[in-house]
Design a protein around this ligand. Structure first.
Ligand code: FES
Length: 149
């Protein structure tokens, strides 16, 4: 079994095949941007892209991700982390504690991929499941608008 993450193909040995995508990314591939928050698909901290769609990697069995293109925050903007959303996140000084922010950016990336000029309602709908205990929602919204310009 193989998993393609950020353009690199990884062999998934049998011992890992019952694990979640999040555990494989973090514990075996040392891609730690996606975070473990709730573990049950409710907070969004673990969000990554699977064939361009935002998915909760904590509830995605790695076996269901093989053959698809997985993108984590580490791969979103290339080696220079130069994706428009990453630049906008910096310009708007979005993070506070930072724990949820990789998931926030990946949900925003899925939104802009589908809808390059989202309305406020579309931003609300896309970001609804990504929780932030620091309450950075206003800055997240401004950063998404900035990245969409
Ligand atoms: Fe996956 Fe909360 S850790 S949704």
């Amino acid at each position: 079994m193989h998993l393609r993450v950020n353009g690199t193909r990884h062999q998934i040995p049998p011992a890992w095949q019952a694990e979640s995508l999040l555990d494989v990314l973090r514990d075996h591939l040392q891609l730690t941007a996606a975070k473990y928050g709730c573990g049950v698909g409710l907070c969004g901290a673990c969000t990554v892209l699977q064939d361009g769609r935002a998915v909760r990697s904590c509830i995605t069995p790695v076996a269901e991700a093989t053959g698809d293109d997985i993108v984590t925050l580490e791969g979103l903007g290339g080696p220079d982390a130069d994706h428009p959303l990453q630049r906008a996140w910096i310009a708007e000084a979005v993070p506070q504690c930072g724990y949820c922010q990789a998931g926030q950016i990946m949900s925003a990336a899925a939104l802009l991929r589908e809808t390059p000029q989202p309305t406020e309602t579309e931003i609300d709908a896309a970001m609804d499941g990504n929780l932030c205990r620091c309450g950075t929602y206003g800055r997240i919204r401004r950063a998404i608008r900035r990245a969409a310009e």
